[in-house]
Design a protein around this ligand. Sequence first.
Ligand code: NAD
Length: 363
Amino acid sequence: MARHTITLIPGDGVGPEVSAAARRVIDATGVDIDWEVHDAGLGVMEQYGDPLPAHVLESIRRNKVAIKGPLTTPIGKGIRSVNVALRRELDLFALIRPCKSYPGVRSRYQDVDLVVIRENTEDLYAGIEFAEGDPATLELIADIERLGGRKIRPDSGISIKPASIFGTQRVFRFGFQWAIDNARHKVTAVHKANIMKYTEGLWLRVAEEVSREFPQIEFDDRIVDNMAMQLVQNPQLYDVMVMPNLFGDILSDLCAGLTGGLGLAPGANIGDEVAVFEATHGSAPKYAGQNKANPMAMMLSGMLMLRHIGEGDAGDRLEQAIARVIAEGRNVTYDMKPDRDDPTAVGTSQVADAVVEALGTTG
Ligand code: NAD
């Protein structure tokens, strides 16, 4: 059996607890993993002077696969977000967020099986920002007017939205290939091409071009506002949706809401060389150290990781085991109970016990 070396960043807040739970159930699949555990974030700032020390990045680059718990990003303290830095440094250009209904989850919808693939490097989230009142901003405003753009009020802040042919081709090629590899049938390009002709228009044009390279996959497109409504009215009509950064951020949370919320939403950040798996949720600091957080989003991120490293059978067994625990409804955390104060809710580690036990009976 192949042996895998994988970087594990436990994270902070509820991160260490959900990471420990995920590690236990991944190990219980029988896949042979050598874990290289490294801390990152605020906790290592003092020791290394950087929340994302070089040796952590080196470990991920060397192993090509990492799984990480959530990391707190303090607001307005000038500390760079490790999550953003990781995506940038490793050029993790696609973020996959599957949203699937598992029987037994309290939700308004059944039979939802959607995948959001979000472009992760461009768009309004590229981080090209000009602060209101800065001399550079005033210069930019003057230049835009001089170059024939519209007049911009001098007291404006400005965020730039780049959309390149390279970035768009790369994420759509990835999306179509992912659809093929995962036996999906349709890719929908989400956009606002009717209004932003030179960025969103380019996105749609390139999407159409790339779709012709993959005739075996059905292709269509939706304007983002219509997409939001359609997802609420008819989520069953959609399959894989490829979105620019901002729309992907918003609509992937909407999709998570259709299928049971943050406690069940996994994610995978993918680049050409490296992949980093992580839950959609953050560090939920108010529950830190309380054995309360739902570890299933992190476990399902582990399922995506197992499939990514060629251990699809183990990934499938892990998913079945999690699905069984959800369906039984006994060993689930507070967020999956009808009433949030339900005294029968169990803790993070008890969910891991139940999934390990269920794994013993799958396969
Ligand atoms: P959050 O996801 O941490 O929490 C939002 C709410 O969702 C919480 O009140 C909690 O009740 C609930 N929740 C989240 N995860 C849960 C789980 N596993 N089980 C049960 N309930 C859960 O979002 P936030 O409060 O906006 O952010 C907290 C911190 O996390 C911030 O510093 C933020 O920057 C960071 N963050 C990190 C990541 C990441 O590491 N990828 C992602 C998002 C937010």
